[in-house]
Design a protein around this ligand. Sequence first.
Ligand SMILES: CC(C)(COP(=O)(O)OP(=O)(O)OC[C@H]1O[C@@H](n2cnc3c(N)ncnc32)[C@H](O)[C@@H]1OP(=O)(O)O)[C@@H](O)C(=O)NCCC(=O)NCCS
Length: 170
Amino acid sequence: MITIRDYQERDATRVGCLIAVTYSEFNLAFASLEQLAAFLGPFRHAESTDPSHRKAIARVIRSEMVFVAEDESTIVGVLRGRKDRLASLFVRRDYHRRGIGRQLVERFEEECRQRGSTVIRVASTVYAVLFYLAMGYKRSTSLRSGWSFEGRGLPVQPMRKALRTIDHPT
Ligand SMILES: CC(C)(COP(=O)(O)OP(=O)(O)OC[C@H]1O[C@@H](n2cnc3c(N)ncnc32)[C@H](O)[C@@H]1OP(=O)(O)O)[C@@H](O)C(=O)NCCC(=O)NCCS
C-alpha cells in the first residue's frame, strides 16, 4: 500500500538516489556526461557515503514542503515545493502510472490551500507536461530554456493552476 507522508532528514540518502536515477533517465537523457554532472549538482554523488556529499544532498532536498510516497518501507516518490511553487516531483520508474504523482500533487495542493495560496506554478519538464495537464495545470508560456544547478539549457514548460479557495465559515 502506498502512503504519502512528510519527508524526514533521515530519508535524504534514499530520496537522493531516487532523484538522481529518475532525473537522469527521464529528463537528462540528451546530456553529455559532463552536462549530466552539471545538471545533477550534488545528486551526482547520490551513491556516495562521503559525509560531505550526504550533507550537500540533504541540504538541497530541504524545502518548505517535502512529501514522500512510500511502499512499505521503500520510498518510491518525492515532491518538493513551497506555498506557490512546485519545485520538483519524481516517481520511481517501476511505480509510474499508478496514481502516485497524482496523490503527491493533491497532498501538496491541499497544503498550499491551507496556507492561503491561490495559484501554483511549476516549471515542468518536457516529459511531465501531459501529467500536469491531467492534473489541471495549463501552459503559461511557450517552452523555455531552464537551468538546474550548474547546468544550463534544460527545456522547461512553465505551467500554472488556479486553486479552489477554501470556504471559511463566517
Ligand atoms: C511525471 C511523473 C511524476 C508522473 O508520476 P506518475 O505517478 O506516473 O503519475 P500518475 O500515475 O499519478 O498519473 C496521473 C495521470 O497523469 C497522466 N500521465 C502520467 N504520466 C503520463 C505519461 N507518461 N504520458 C501521458 N500521460 C501521463 C495520465 O492521465 C495519468 O492518469 P492515468 O494513468 O489514469 O491515465 C513521473 O512520470 C516521473 O517521475 N517522471 C520523471 C520525472 C519528471 O519529469 N518529473 C517532473 C518534474 S517537474
